[in-house]
Design a protein around this ligand. Structure first.
Ligand code: ADP
Ligand code: ADP
Length: 228
């Protein structure tokens, strides 16, 4: 079944057409990489799929819920509870510890997370021992793993990553990708990642290509390394 179902998706900004009719499903429990030249619409696709941006026309359904039918308030709630997002720049709050950063989504949802829940979320990304560290006391790879724990603590239907390894060196990047792969394999975490890096894309089950706002073919993950 599709964790995300996208139909006839168009998004324009004035006379710029960022997405020009995209039909795409992200199957539950799979890892998809989205590739394409700069300006091809990758970020816009991710933002629309994650409910961070509203399409000009077409539909996006997450877990069977059509996002267009939701009020801003309901959309915000769905985003908080059902969608995880990680960014190239990690976007951790610098004044908070790793544990406090990870606890944040549950706090925003009005829940009071237990230490055990926060510790377990950090353990899932191999950082149980860093709970009390602040972002500046952590390496880039550790910061991205904290961001992942924060994105996953609500057990979202889909994890989105916009160039999640773009700020990391090769070795660290591979560690984070191996972790993403493991979360898909071990927990069935549906994952969708935009990347420029064919080595990163090769960790996915499937690679879809965007050109000028349209889908332009796809490959199985392990073959992506050969095309780029
Ligand atoms: P990619 O992520 O593949 O680099 P984007 O989705 O960022 O592509 O952008 C696709 C197109 O839409 C580009 O031409 C870009 O300039 C344009 N675009 C994206 N966001 C905006 C915006 N907020 N306002 C105007 N144009 C935008
Ligand atoms: P509070 O504001 O309730 O005193 P803190 O600001 O100390 O909580 O921590 C915020 C969140 O992080 C809480 O959900 C807490 O359970 C969790 N937390 C804090 N320190 C740790 C730790 N060392 N290990 C695991 N979880 C922690």
């Amino acid at each position: 079944s599709a964790a995300v179902r996208i139909r006839s998706l168009r998004r324009s900004y004035g006379d710029v057409t960022a997405l020009d009719g995209v039909d795409l499903d992200f199957a539950a429990g799979t890892f998809t990489a989205v590739m394409g030249p700069s300006g091809s619409g990758k970020s816009t696709l991710l933002q629309c799929a994650a409910g961070l941006d509203r399409p000009t026309s077409g539909t996006v359904a997450v877990d069977g819920t059509d996002l267009a039918g939701l009020s801003e308030r309901r959309l915000t709630l769905l985003r908080r509870e059902r969608i995880g997002f990680v960014f190239q720049a990690f976007n951790l709050l610098p004044s908070l510890t790793a544990a406090q950063n990870v606890a944040l989504p549950l706090r925003l949802a009005g829940r009071h997370p237990s230490r055990a829940a926060v510790r377990q979320a950090l353990a899932r990304v191999g950082l149980a021992e860093r709970a009390g560290h602040r972002p500046t006391q952590l390496s880039g790879g550790q910061q991205q793993r904290v961001a992942l724990a924060r994105a996953l603590i609500t057990r979202p239907a889909v994890l989105f990553g916009d160039e999640p390894t773009g700020a990391l060196d090769t070795t660290t990047s591979r560690e984070v990708l191996a972790l993403l792969r493991e979360l898909v394999d071990r927990e069935g975490q549906t994952t969708v990642m935009v990347t420029h890096d064919p080595v990163a894309a090769a960790h996915a089950d499937r690679v879809v290509f965007l050109v000028d706002g349209r889908l332009h073919g796809e490959l199985a993950g392990a073959s992506a390394e050969r095309v780029a």
